[in-house]
Design a protein around this ligand. Structure first.
Ligand SMILES: CC(C)(COP(=O)(O)OP(=O)(O)OC[C@H]1O[C@@H](n2cnc3c(N)ncnc32)[C@H](O)[C@@H]1OP(=O)(O)O)[C@@H](O)C(=O)NCCC(=O)NCCS
Length: 178
């Protein structure tokens, strides 16, 4: 069973191995490359949560090993909007970790914050993320042109959202852009 927990200093090495993957690093604005930077990244998760700006969690399957990360960032307090993002270690993909993490993060946000609408977006050439979003109850809402900026490129983006009032079940498992 997958769980979310707070990041801990002892996870620094595992965090560094995740970002050693160029594809993941390319999609992330701040890439920790040293133990000190990893510890700082972990500490920023705590301070962002204390400020109510973002709620980031390590994903585990009940053991101590971190499988990935999921985050809900508050994007508008006026409109009660959040943005969900996730990544999974290359060695832990394809076994449902991201889907469980996105569901658990949504449950956390709706239970513990006032957020009403959680949004997320994925490159159209990232069908795995589209499946994750749908399976976690994030309904597809269309395609936004060139919305995401990773590395040197901009990417057309499949946009999804889950409302506080949405049921999780019933989102068709087709892939955005197909
Ligand atoms: C996208 C990502 C989070 C998925 O994590 P994951 O834990 O492997 O996801 P899940 O196992 O919950 O589900 C992935 C599904 O997509 C499928 N999938 C994987 N690659 C695929 C592809 N190229 N085309 C279609 N489906 C694909 C998997 O088979 C799985 O479906 P299944 O359960 O029917 O086999 C992970 O690949 C990742 O971290 N990528 C780098 C960061 C990233 O892209 N984050 C998302 C940004 S929007």
């Amino acid at each position: 069973m997958y769980r979310l927990r707070l990041w801990e200093p002892g996870d620094a090495e595992r965090l560094l191995t995740a970002f050693a993957e160029p594809e993941l690093a390319r999609q992330t604005p701040e890439v920790p490359a040293t133990e000190e930077e990893a510890l700082s990244w972990i500490d920023r998760q705590r301070t962002a949560a204390e400020a109510g700006d973002a709620f980031g969690f390590a994903v585990t399957d009940g053991t101590d090993v971190v499988l990935g990360h999921v985050q809900v960032s508050v994007t508008s307090r006026t409109h009660d909007l959040g943005w969900v993002s996730y990544w999974v270690h290359a060695d832990a993909r394809g076994r449902g970790a991201a889907t469980a993490a996105a569901r658990l993060a949504a449950e956390y946000a709706f239970a513990e914050t006032d957020l009403f609408r959680l949004e997320l977006g994925h490159r159209l050439d990232n069908p795995a993320s589209c499946l994750v979003a749908r399976r976690a109850g994030f309904r597809p809402e269309g395609i936004e042109r060139q919305k995401l900026h990773y590395g040197n490129g901009r990417f057309d983006t499949g946009t999804h959202a889950r409302l506080r009032t949405d049921a999780v079940a019933g989102v068709p498992f087709t892939v955005c852009g197909s």
